[in-house]
Design a protein around this ligand. Structure first.
Ligand SMILES: [Zn+2]
Length: 286
């Protein structure tokens, strides 16, 4: 198994931009006045809620674009900014592509819908509530039954560091065998998985599927979910050749994890998807 010296989001020694503002990523331009996504500051809790909900909707639609739907399986959650014991999630039996502002639901840890008209996904509540309760700093979480992720999960093996992309999960993903393959509708099943997640960004739940958590944003959780599915796909492709892959060194994997695999970078990657979805699917705001 991997050892877990979790060094998330290290402070990088970067020169400030030309306006004197601190940079946290090499991708942030030094030059002023260029179009570049900025992490928002909010003037009210209502504005922050609106932002989180819009980005949750976009995350669901990004999952639809990537073909992550499987009937009613799959759920995404983000905490409410004012009442962090409550979380926003996608409604039961609504396709990821049809999730919109008006059909999101707000639920508590007991699975009661406190705002919204749709029912909640029972398995979603059991798994997500357990994780959100176990880790008060987990802001968002994604889970779906994807083809390549679920296939790789059956091997019970962690990912090899075969690429820079895979290195985003260096020392930050785990294979969980507890309740493997069991439908997570029983409370104990959710807890047994939650307890083993720790500070891992990605989880390969054996015989079940992938999940990601974020202490940053739904954007971050959603992007690294897409990346994790992709890493599983790449690993399966390499395995299928029968050729033993070259892997990146631990030093390189660690460097990649710190520089191009941070929570901020997950958020930043997702802004590309957010802009595309907001521009092409304006019904998301209805
Ligand atoms: Zn599931």
């Amino acid at each position: 198994m991997l050892d877990h010296d979790h060094d998330h989001d290290v402070a990088l020694d970067l020169t400030p931009d030309r306006g004197g503002r601190k940079r946290i990523s090499i991708y942030q331009p030094e030059q002023e006045g260029l179009i570049f996504p900025e992490t928002p500051d909010f003037e009210s809790v209502a504005a922050e809620r609106e932002y989180r909900k819009q980005h949750l909707v976009a995350a669901c639609r990004a999952f639809a674009m990537h073909g992550f739907d499987y009937g009613f399986a799959g759920h995404l959650t983000v905490r409410d900014p004012e009442r962090p014991e409550l979380y926003w999630t996608n409604p039961m039996c609504v396709h990821f592509s049809q999730v919109k502002m008006s059909n999101l639901i707000l639920a508590d840890h007991k699975g009661e819908v406190v705002e919204g008209t749709h029912a909640i996904n029972r398995a979603g509540f059991v798994l997500h509530a357990a994780v959100h309760e176990e880790y008060p700093d987990v802001m968002a979480m994604c889970h779906a039954h994807t083809v390549y992720g679920t296939a790789w999960c059956a091997t019970g093996r962690p990912l090899d560091m075969i690429s820079q992309d895979a290195a985003a999960f260096y020392n930050s993903h785990a294979v969980i065998g507890a309740s493997a393959g069991a439908v997570a509708v029983e409370k104990e099943s959710g807890w047994s998985v939650a307890r083993e997640i720790g500070r891992n960004r990605g989880v390969l739940h054996q015989n079940h599927g992938l999940l990601t958590t974020s202490r940053h944003s739904i954007d971050d959780a959603a992007f690294w979910f897409i990346a994790l599915e992709r890493a599983c796909r790449q690993q399966l492709l390499v395995e299928a050749t029968g050729i033993k892959p070259q892997v990146v060194s631990e030093k390189t994997a660690k460097y990649s994890r710190e520089h191009v695999g941070s929570d901020y970078i997950g958020w930043l990657h997702f802004q590309t998807l957010y802009s595309h979805i907001a521009a092409t699917q304006p019904d998301m705001f209805e």
